[in-house]
Design a protein around this ligand. Structure first.
Ligand code: GTP
Ligand code: SPV
Ligand code: MN
Length: 587
């Protein structure tokens, strides 16, 4: 392959620092992939699975200390601390380069350095960006081959423009005390060391496509978001495209691959993306979205033919499984997949039985698979212009307070719903699970700059759109007094999407409440669900007393940003308080 001179210089410098035994340039060909998988199998970095049941599939077991993103070790290294804002960890760029250089120094001795060029977005598209990841992990290189348009296609675009993001990654000794994920937006550079896990190590994903891209988007008038993109086709053949921001492990992949319930004859869902969207205003005044990725790095637990048949079918071949359990016949298993085995090897490779008292698969175990393998794959994925977005959904896990669905009054109010999004924490990041925290736009761990400025950018984006998408808040995770989910979720979520699409078409019925427009139970098609009347009422109720508490915590959150918080967000907060106080409390 022809190489751009700035790329070869950077690769040479990186090799001098890390001292690998050899350097391998990846071209993304099928032969190369087969060769690298063979090498990973003989090195034990991947385990072979049942070739008959799961052709081309492999299993990777992470170091047990390295199974989720580590937000506390993730840094934005811009020159001024206040530009990273109060929700990000910040490190002085010179200090970060110094500290990480010491860890990279000689870290690849005895190992191979892979140079992995990748393209984010359709070739030739105004959305597209090139990155190159240098890594000493074969697992990372193989994942990048599924998650991005990797190799030659990226080199072609790089040679044309000369621009690319530099991502340097080494597992080093996988010591959590020497683990850092550092972003240098001013240098278009990412340095990640000491982890081999997903979002820490696949630098295309959260590091480039969200943290660095969000900074670029603000400078250039577009958005980089933690969003799924889905096309919903109705029986007349009309397809409405929606985006949805949900925090990690809160249902993006599932919504992107939804299979309509029995009752919804003639409906169909098309998957454009399941995790990241880049959005740009187009000359027609609408917002268009592209999925910069080429594969899914999806949560395994809970995935089954019943909950998500599209994902279950997609992962039957050519899939890399990470930290799932292996059955005696060398097929895979995780909690939530049908039929618990009577014995298997757990995610650490230890003997497991249902009596072991611990999950067999890690709660954040994952599958990596090419997007084309999803039966719901949308050919629009490759459209260089993206798809026009009619609605944006903000979703999260909230056991109480937040209704099943409501609509924002307008774009600015929608921005406020995104800014004040809160959710219970999940296993996708290290730390306690199930604690409610503010996760604005599901971007808390992924925004590359001061979040107050980010809210301002969202307000501004609306002003640049003559036909902005409508904005909705959804919550599939409301629980009843018995602790069980009130809403069946998964495929049945289409019933909510149907109302959302009706609203976009100007025909859906709604009642105005202090928090936004809610459907009356009669406005939703609930036929065949056997949902009790009390559950339905609870799912669609707004209790001003509960919202009083929410107001207080919103205020504390907005205050954290001081003067930098845009006035529009305070206006929305005060307007909400006023609407709530003029509402008679629910008896
Ligand atoms: P990341 O890849 O971490 O960004 O996660 P995600 O937002 O794509 O979440 P995903 O769709 O993988 O779902 C995470 C977990 O939530 C899985 O265990 C799902 O089975 C479960 N889940 C998804 N949708 C629903 C739903 O509608 N209802 C319920 N009860 N659970 C759901
Ligand atoms: C998430 O945590 O939101 C993920 C998985 O999509 S990771 O790639 O680890 O970020
Ligand atoms: Mn995600």
């Amino acid at each position: 392959m022809e190489t751009h001179s700035s790329l070869s210089t950077w690769v040479e410098e990186s090799a001098q620092l890390c001292e690998p035994d050899r350097v391998v340039w990846c071209d993304g060909s099928r032969e190369e992939r087969e060769r690298l998988i063979e090498q990973a199998l003989s090195a034990g970095e991947l385990l072979g699975l049942n070739e008959h049941e799961l052709p081309g599939c492999t299993l990777h077991r992470s170091n047990p200390n390295d199974v989720a993103r580590t937000e506390g070790l993730t840094f934005i290294c811009c020159p001024k601390k206040e530009d990273a804002g109060p929700t990000n960890n910040w490190m002085d760029p010179a200090e970060a380069y110094r500290r990480l250089s010491a860890i990279f120094d000689g870290s690849m001795r005895g190992r191979t350095m892979y140079v992995v060029p990748f393209l984010m977005g359709p070739p030739g598209s105004v959305f597209a960006k090139v990155g190159v990841e240098i890594t000493d992990s074969l697992y990372v290189a193989l994942n990048m081959g599924l998650m991005t348009r990797m190799g030659r296609v990226a080199m072609e675009q790089l040679n044309a423009s000369g621009e690319f993001t530099r991502g340097l990654h080494s597992r080093a000794d996988l010591n959590p005390d020497r683990r850092y994920i550092c972003h240098f937006p001013q240098d278009n550079t990412i340095w990640s060391v000491g982890s081999g896990y997903g979002g820490n190590a696949l630098l295309s994903k959260k590091c480039l496509a969200l943290r660095l891209a969000s900074v670029l988007g603000r400078e250039q008038g577009w958005l980089a978001e933690h969003m799924l993109i889905v096309g919903v086709e109705d029986p007349s053949g009309k397809i409405t495209y929606l985006c949805g921001a949900f925090p990690s492990a809160c249902g993006k992949t599932n919504l992107a691959m939804l299979v309509p319930p029995e009752r919804f004859k003639g409906w169909r869902v098309w998957t454009v993306g399941d995790d990241i969207a880049w959005l740009r205003p187009a000359p027609d005044g609408r917002l268009y979205a592209v999925n910069p990725e080429a594969g899914f790095f999806g949560v395994a637990p809970g995935t089954s033919m019943k909950s998500n048949p599209n994902a279950a079918l997609a992962v039957r071949r050519n899939t890399i499984f990470t930290n799932v359990a292996m059955k005696p016949d060398r097929t895979v298993w995780w909690e939530g997949l049908e039929d618990s085995p009577s014995e298997c090897l757990n995610w650490k490779g230890q003997y497991w039985t249902p009596q072991s008292g611990q999950p067999a698969a890690h709660p954040n175990s994952r599958f990596t698979v090419d997007i084309h393998q999803a039966p719901s794959y949308s050919p629009e994925w490759d459209n260089p212009n993206g798809v026009p977005i009619s609605a944006i959904l903000f979703g999260s896990r909230r056991a109480s307070v937040v209704p099943l669905v409501y609509e924002a009054f307008n774009w600015q109010h929608g921005t406020f719903l995104g800014a004040t999004l809160s959710s219970e924490t999940t296993a996708a990041a290290t730390g306690q699970v199930g604690v409610v925290r503010r996760d604005p736009f599901a971007m808390l761990p992924f925004c590359g700059y001061n979040m107050a400025d980010y809210f301002g950018h969202w307000v501004q984006m609306g002003k640049n759109l003559s036909q902005p998408p409508r904005v909705f808040r959804v919550n599939w995770f409301r629980r009843g007094a018995d602790g069980k989910f009130l809403w069946p979720g998964f495929g049945e979520n289409l019933r909510v999407l149907q109302w959302i699409i009706q609203r976009c078409d100007g025909v859906g019925e709604a009642r105005e409440t202090p928090i936004g427009f809610l459907p009356r139970p009669s406005a939703l098609d609930l036929e065949g669900l056997e949902l009790s009347q009390s559950a339905t009422e609870e799912l669609l109720s707004v209790n001003p007393l509960h919202w009083g508490g929410a107001l207080e915590s919103q205020q504390q959150f907005l205050e954290k940003f001081g003067e930098r918080m845009p006035r529009e967000m305070w206006d929305e907060h005060h307007a909400l308080a006023k609407r709530l106080s003029s509402q008679p409390p629910v008896p």
